[in-house]
Design a protein around this ligand. Structure first.
Ligand SMILES: Cc1cc2nc3c(=O)[nH]c(=O)nc-3n(C[C@H](O)[C@H](O)[C@H](O)COP(=O)(O)O)c2cc1C
Length: 194
């Protein structure tokens, strides 16, 4: 059976418009990345859960597997905060923690899980992983929310607005970095399904 991948892309694209900055810490090393996979994962208001999906190619994936903790931050779209939001996005989404410390470049404090809280973010939930689904090239993590805070109230940044404001050179570099990540994902998927 041939899948209409154009139709699938239309159905599936843009479902999660809010980019989130995910941070974690493992063995004293703090790191993070940008993700468009954030979601709520509980119907019980007094027991909130959050979910993220990270590819195994990314260092943050392994750190969350090992430590079992993550912080999911929304970014701010307010005029006086947008520059810092873009700085967070570029810092965490533009290179790997394998190539050098990223968290040290951002304003942080330590959360209850030990993971860094980004003070320039709009808000965050901090979570302890309660379940992980391994799907070949990536893992879907679900975490119990153990802390939450609105740091900088106002509108939350959506990815369409962010793409419009990011420098062309940064986007070009991001697309270059995406190539090996995609190749790695394909190798993992087709190696396992065989
Ligand atoms: C807008 C945006 C969305 C992204 N979404 C995801 C995602 O959902 N999952 C993921 O694993 N990586 C995602 N990435 C890629 C990582 O943020 C990027 O590869 C990062 O450099 C990985 O850093 P690390 O190796 O230090 O973990 C996204 C990047 C951007 C800019």
């Amino acid at each position: 059976m041939t899948v209409d991948t154009n139709a699938a892309a239309k159905v599936l694209s843009g479902l999660r418009p809010f980019p989130v900055a995910v941070t974690t810490v493992d063995g004293g090393f703090a790191n993070g990345l940008m993700s468009l996979s954030a979601g709520a994962a509980s119907i019980i208001p007094e027991a909130p859960r959050a979910t993220i999906s990270l590819t195994k190619y990314n260092l943050t994936h392994d750190l969350v597997v090992n430590s079992g903790v993550f912080v999911m931050h929304l970014l701010s779209a307010e005029d006086d905060r947008i520059e810092e939001s873009l700085e967070i996005l570029k810092t965490l989404g533009g290179s790997s923690g394998r190539d050098g410390d990223k968290i040290g470049k951002l304003r942080t404090r330590t959360g209850v899980t030990g993971a860094p809280i980004l003070l320039g973010a709009h808000s965050y939930v901090e979570a302890r992983v309660t379940g992980t689904l391994d799907v070949q090239e990536s893992s879907i993590f679900v975490g119990d929310v153990v802390a939450a805070e609105i740091l900088n109230p106002g509108h939350r940044l959506q990815i369409g607005e962010a793409w419009g404001k990011l420098p062309a050179e940064w986007i070009e570099q991001y697309e270059t970095n995406h190539g090996p990540q995609l190749a790695n994902a394909r190798a993992r998927r087709f190696a396992e399904s065989g």
